[in-house]
Write a protein that binds this ligand. Sequence first.
Ligand code: C5P
Length: 315
Amino acid sequence: MSAAGAGAAAAGAAPAVTAVTVRVPAKVNAGLAVGAARPDGFHDLANVFLAVSLYDEVTATPADTLTVTCSGPDADQVPLDRTNLAARAAELLAARHGLDPAVHLHIAKNIPVAGGMAGGSADGAGALLACDLLWGLGSSPAELLEICAELGSDVPFSLVGGAALGTGRGEQLAPLESGIFHWVFAVADGGLSTPAVFREFDRLAAAAGTEIPAPLAAPDLLAALAAGDPDALAATLLNDLQAAALSLRPELARTLDAGLDAGALAALVSGSGPTTAFLVRDPESAAKVAGALTASGTCRATSVATSPAPGATRH
Ligand code: C5P
């Protein structure tokens, strides 16, 4: 069931639901234009989001109290306390309905942790939809999106998926047309803190002394996306956070070079990093680039994926 169909769960005499699993995609930013810091500390963005076919799964089951568990190769890096966006999603939804968030949330983690691919946001959106279905609340998509925006700037997109332009701090979404694209992702050792990368962006801008223009999504990027043209998209990919991520993790330049040397059409840091993203022409090229990245020793793991992918979906 898609997020848009969540309302069906409210139906009356159905037997009690004992577990709900929701699958949620990672994202890559095909265009991330960043404006100057706002008085509230956030930055206005023109954020061209693409959901990619790399997924976490969140399973909600009734429990005595709110608990979070996690499985997967990087499970030990995932906080299991109330700072986990999945836990916060359950709390926010329950509070709105005067409920006790008595639920066990299990995250089957496949998206890199603190990797710039909105893995934490995906878990928040997944938990929100799973709890809404488990508790039979039948929240409208607009109600769910409002809670998502409260959880974090990228969480609304994790719920809807596909391709979208995010403005404001990234939470105001307008769907975009997109053809299918092939990607390779190189996972780095350790994560990068998103606030730290934005702070480095501010520091570099201040040091350069240049005026930061209002963020805009480039029309040629949007046209390349809509046309499904990988060469045109390769020429227009943009990440204004890349210089900041590279300044904090200079070794990522070697990973970017290794993917380009292996034939990727374009290479960029994914969001605030440190995951790097490689646009490739087709699945054969994806396999070749992924193999070369692994052999280069410049990353910890690679994944191959396509965009766009669906948003949070009952599994
Ligand atoms: O919204 P979210 O909680 O994901 O943001 C994490 C941090 O990233 C914010 O506290 C802020 O430092 C930074 N951020 C920003 N501008 C945005 C989105 C995030 O400065 N548009």
